[in-house]
Design a protein around this ligand. Sequence first.
Ligand code: AMP
Ligand code: MG
Length: 535
Amino acid sequence: MTPPAPSDAGLPQVALAHGLRLDNQFVRELLGDPEGGSRRRQVEAALWSPVLPTPVAAPRLLAHSAEMAAALGFDDATLASPEFAAVFGGNALAPGMMPYAGNYGGHQFGHWAGQLGDGRAITLGEGTNAAGERWELQLKGAGPTPYSRTADGRAVLRSSIREFLCSEAMHHLGVPTTRALSLVATGDSVVRDMFYDGHPAPEPGAIVCRVAPSFIRFGHFELPYARGDVALLRQLVEFTIARDFPHLTGAGESLYADWFGEVCTRTAAMSAGWMRVGFVHGVMNTDNMSILGLTIDYGPYGWIDDYDPDWTPNTTDAQGRRYRFGWQPRIAHWNLGRLAQALSPLFGDVAPLQAGLDAYASTYAALDRRNIAAKLGLADADDADVQLMQRLHGLLQAGEVDMTLFFRGLADLDTPMPSLDVVDGAFYDAGKHDALLREFEAWLQAYAARIEAGGEPAALRRQRMRAANPRYVPRNYLAQQVIDAATQGDVAPISELLEVLRRPYDDQPGNERFSERRPEWARAKAGCSMLSCSS
Ligand code: AMP
Ligand code: MG
C-alpha cells in the first residue's frame, strides 16, 4: 500500500549520493497505520506507523564504518558533506526514503509486555545495493514515535558509542549482527538518570544509523498473535519468508516449518558465537531477538573479563540475573518457544514447531562442540575433550581468570614442556593464582598430553586457536574510556578503537594496550561493570 503522508511537519529533501536502490518493501507490502505522527497510541491491525525523525540542533558525523559506507555506496566526499550529517541526524531525507517505526510486542524478563514497537528507532528506507544485498537504514535516537510511550525517543552519546563500536566489532569477530553505518552527534542534550537514583542530568545526544537486511523481531509475530489477528500474522510470515528467506521454496505449512527451522538454527549460531567470544547481551527479551538470528539492540551488554557464567552487566536484571552469560543459550531457546507459540495458529499440528525447537538444541550442541574444539585447537572434540573444557571453565571461574587473555595465551603453550607462564597475565588475583596453581598445572598437563597424543603440527593448533580466540574485544572499560574522551570533546579515540576491532584475531604490534586485563579502577565503575537498560 502507499503510506499516507505523515501529519508531522515535513522534512527537507536533500541530494545524497548512495548505492542503494530504495524499494521500501516493508512499508509498500505490509499493512500500515493510517495515522501519521508520533501521538502515542495502541496501533491495531498494522505492522508499522509512518513517522518522521524530529530535527536536531547541529548534526555532526563523529564516526562511520568504512565497510558499511562502501557497501551502501557512500564515498568520502558524501560522508564529509553536511547533507550526510543532516540525513543521518534526522534533519533531512534523501529522495525515495519512507520513514516508519515498526510495531511489535515482546516478552520482557519472561512476561508478556504487550505492544512495544520502535520507540526510538525510525527506519529511513530499505533497498538493494549493486551486489544485490538488501540493507535497511534505521536511525536510533531520532525522536518520538507512536511507540515511545512516556520516553523521548532519544539516545545519549555514551549508549550510541557503545552500539556503534560493538555492533561493528561483532561483525569482525564473525558473529551475526546488525551493523552500524554512522554515529552522529545531535548538538542537543538529553536528560537521563544514569544511575536511576533520582539525579537526572543532561548528557550529549547522538544517533546511530544501524543497518541490517531486516529489523523484524520475534515480537513482530507475537503481537498479532496476542491480538488474535491471524490474517496480519500470516501476511507478515509470508512477507518475511519471501523477502528475507528467498532460498526457501514450497508453500503453506511445510514452508513455514522450514522457515521456523532456519530461524532456530540461525539463532543457535548466534548464541554459540556469543559464548565463544564472551559477549553478554544483557536484555534478551523477545523484542530484542532478530528473525535473521542477528545480534540486535545493543544496550546494557557487556564482555566477559574474568570468566563468570553467572555475570550479567544489566543492573535492571541484577535480581534474577535471567540474562547471565551462561544462560544465554537456554534463554534463546525459551524465546524461540515464544515465537513458536506465536506461529501456532498457522499450523494444524505443533510437531513441526517442536522439530524446530529440537533443531535449535541439536544445532547449538554441535556448535558448542565445534567451539570447544576450536578454542582448544583441536580438529574435533570428543566427550573427553568436552569434559576437559568443563574442568577448565570451573578453574577459570574459581581462579578469576580473564577469558580472552587465557585462551589467546594458551595458543602459545609449548605442549612438550607445558608451563603456566603463557597465561600468567590472565589472572586478576595473585592469591587465587597461587592457591589454584596445582590444579591449573594439572589441567595444563592433561591438555598438553591430549595435544601431543593428537600428533598434529603445533602451528596448526595455534592457527586454529588464533582464529577462534580473539585478541581484541570491545571490553567494557575500553568503550568507557572512549566515551569519557568523546564527552570531553575528543572523538578520535572512537575511530581508533574501531580500527583495532576490525582485526580482532590479528596480533597488532603497537596496540597491546587494547588487549590488556581490565584495570583495577574499572572493576566496579559504572559503565565498565554494570549498566542499566535503555538509555
Ligand atoms: P529496549 O530495552 O531498548 O529493547 O527497549 C524496550 C522498549 O522501550 C522498546 O519499545 C523501545 O523502543 C522503548 N524505548 C527504549 N528507550 C526509549 C526512549 N528513549 N524513547 C522511547 N522509547 C524507548
Ligand atoms: Mg529493544
